[in-house]
Design a protein around this ligand. Structure first.
Ligand code: SAH
Length: 249
């Protein structure tokens, strides 16, 4: 169980109150999570963070501070964004328990991430596009926004519970193919865009929403690393002008 919980990364994007970062560390440590990444925090390190961590300051000391969300999740095989509101998303929106079960299952194959937004405005659409799925904690419809650390607590608890059940119940399937990492998916999208422009399917002057739609489609499909390799092979072949795959020279 520790293995899987250890592979669940909590990513906080643009946090403005350092006290919340401390409370998040505390919430994580109590549930056995330890991998905290801060993307562009407004103030960190800070005395309020240490005070509210209440003994979980080892997590703060080990927390990595980065400037871009892409770098925080590049090695992850599943990236789940969190949102207080439903806003016409094209990626699947999970309740906490099924999301936690999926996180635990996928954590057997690599790191997975839970991404949390800013206190004031949550995650931007571009940031949500980096996520393979979303989770929304069901709340009173008239008051849907939880405090950041409270949201982390609910999801960390759900993960711990899912890991406990997984330990005593069904074992995760052996020999399952590895899912593509976020970096592999990004490389696929860049390759796609290049080829679509080359074959004049995509007009860079008028891209519309084509790349976003393709991004959502492939994220929904939950591609394995091998499937990404096949798609990139097709793209490379298209880039070279098609024809029969080369034999010999
Ligand atoms: N006004 C913001 C709320 C930000 S709350 C908005 O409407 O998006 C800060 C962060 O806490 C959110 O970005 C999200 O990561 C998390 N959060 C708060 N309430 C949540 C909920 N009901 N479900 C999932 N995450 C939630």
């Amino acid at each position: 169980m520790e293995d899987q919980l250890g592979r669940i990364r909590v990513v906080l994007v643009g946090t403005s109150h350092p006290g919340n970062i401390g409370s998040v560390a505390r919430a994580m440590k109590a549930m056995g999570l330890s991998d905290l990444v801060l993307v562009d925090p407004q103030r960190f390190p800070a005395a309020e963070a240490t005070a509210l961590a209440a003994g979980a300051d080892d997590l703060l000391a080990r927390a990595r501070v980065l400037t871009r969300l892409e770098d925080a999740v590049a090695d992850c095989v599943w990236v789940v964004g969190t949102s207080a509101r439903r806003r016409g998303h094209s990626v699947p929106v999970f309740d906490p328990e099924p999301a936690a079960r999926e996180l635990i299952a996928r954590a057997s194959g690599g790191s997975v991430a839970l991404v949390f937004g800013r206190e004031s405005s949550g995650l931007t659409n571009a940031e949500l596009d980096r996520c393979t799925a979303l989770v929304q904690i069901p709340t009173d419809p008239g008051f849907s926004s939880l405090n950041l650390a409270a949201a982390v607590q609910v999801l960390a608890y759900a993960c711990r519970t899912a890991a406990l059940v997984g330990d005593s119940g069904s074992a995760p399937g052996g020999g399952v193919e590895r899912h593509a990492t976020q970096a592999e998916m990004e490389a696929l999208f860049e390759h796609y865009q290049r080829v679509l422009v080359q074959i004049e399917f995509l007009d860079p002057e008028k891209p519309r929403h084509l790349m976003r739609r393709l991004r959502h489609l492939y994220q929904r499909a939950g591609l394995t690393a091998n499937e990404v390799r096949i798609l990139r092979g097709i793209l490379t072949h298209t880039e070279r002008g098609g024809g029969r795959p080369r034999t010999g020279s």
